[in-house]
Design a protein around this ligand. Sequence first.
Ligand SMILES: NC(=O)c1ccc[n+]([C@@H]2O[C@H](COP(=O)([O-])OP(=O)(O)OC[C@H]3O[C@@H](n4cnc5c(N)ncnc54)[C@H](O)[C@@H]3O)[C@@H](O)[C@H]2O)c1
Ligand SMILES: N[C@H](CO)Cc1c[nH]c[nH+]1
Ligand SMILES: [Zn+2]
Length: 442
Amino acid sequence: MTDRLIDRLDFRGIPLDRRTLAARLPRAALGAQAAADAVLPILEQVRAGGREALLDLTERFDGVRPGRVFAPADAIESAVRSLDPATRAALEESIARQRRVSAAQRPADRTTELAAGARVTDRWLPVERVGLYVPGGRAVYPSTVVMNVVPAQEAGVDALIIASPPGPDGLPHRDVLAAAGLLGVETILIAGGAQAVGALAYGFDPQDGESLEPVDLITGPGNAFVAAAKAQVRGIVGIDAVAGPTEIIVLADDSAHPALVAADLISQAEHDPQAAAVLVSPSEALLQAVEAELARQVPQAEHHDRIAQALAGEQSALILVDDLEAGIAVTNAYAGEHVEVMTGEPAAVATRITKGGAVFLGDHSPVSLGDYCSGSNHVLPTMGTAAFSSGLGVPAFMRRSQVIDYDREALAEVAGHVETLARVEGLPAHGAAVTRRFGGEA
Ligand SMILES: NC(=O)c1ccc[n+]([C@@H]2O[C@H](COP(=O)([O-])OP(=O)(O)OC[C@H]3O[C@@H](n4cnc5c(N)ncnc54)[C@H](O)[C@@H]3O)[C@@H](O)[C@H]2O)c1
Ligand SMILES: N[C@H](CO)Cc1c[nH]c[nH+]1
Ligand SMILES: [Zn+2]
């Protein structure tokens, strides 16, 4: 933390190679390590103690001990019935847009014929059983129900289990229950944080009539503890991506409107004191104007304390670069969750943004549109993992399996090559398995 509202970094004249930028880019590595250390005992407690441990940990971290670990069906039904009409309309629009984009993502099986009688088919299958994390600590996230559930449904997943922490009444927020009900999800685990991730990964034996089979895959975003717990159980189960505290990086030039840039940085800083807000620009005048706007807008925001903490954290900064080329290099090196391009000709510039969870163009595509209603998915990789992983979507809920189908003539055509490679690798039994099919001895 510094005394400034937000750090200023000067990247003019520095080399723009990966190692230099990795050392200088603003990121909160220490917070992530602390969370990783904190979740290990929690995961172990849930693995060993099952349902009772889950209830104990919920009491400890959420300040309430629910009477049960699954939300009752009548609570979900009543939440749907009493849903405010404007909220229902907004959720339905969000669902419809998410469904159209998700349906278009469904991968098709594809058969490649390599020679007469030699076929390989790439077959896509849904994951069977999925745990969907919906955060619920500082804000209420019915939109995240939509972002998790719709692509899972479009992928054809059989069993969906939502996990979300309880409020003071011992249930996840009514709007979260209602969003689940609108989408037909019936199983809602009343748990948050690492303990929810552990319960989904390990399952638990029946106790007081409640039990949970482990899932195959856990998706969804959360705070640093949720992200660390998902990283920890990866391998026992699949995970979509590390989708931790929200990040926004804005690449802007003189043509950007400082008030809009500031509003967008604030919109994401609002999520979490650990959220990251970064602006990269070759224009010193723009950086100054945005800083002035932040100073004006932050005190007016409802969550001004949380926003001020996020902006003042080591993960947030205003970065001055030599020119737009350098800005593009810095933005790609950051590989942020959300990238906004607020430059002249944003579409042309955006073709050169190759690392970003989602890229938002120009003045009329703010991140908060994507958070709710653009049709894109808001569950996105953070902490630089956008360099190698993708936002949530239908492919995340599917596996690809290859089906190999050769007839006798087709096998005969490559038998010699198989035998040669088997010899080269010192694995002659591999070659023999082919030779014997043609009456030969190895
Ligand atoms: N990357 C994305 O796609 C994306 C999308 C939406 C939200 N988010 C992020 O999700 C997060 C939501 O965070 P939240 O806190 O509001 O809700 P959350 O549900 O992620 O976390 C709440 C849980 O954190 C656990 N917890 C809190 N303090 C703890 C401690 N000291 N030790 C161990 N566990 C602790 C508790 O179990 C609690 O149930 C924000 O960081 C937001 O930026 C990210
Ligand atoms: N910006 C968050 C991370 O992508 C998603 C979100 C949900 N609700 C509001 N915002
Ligand atoms: Zn948001």
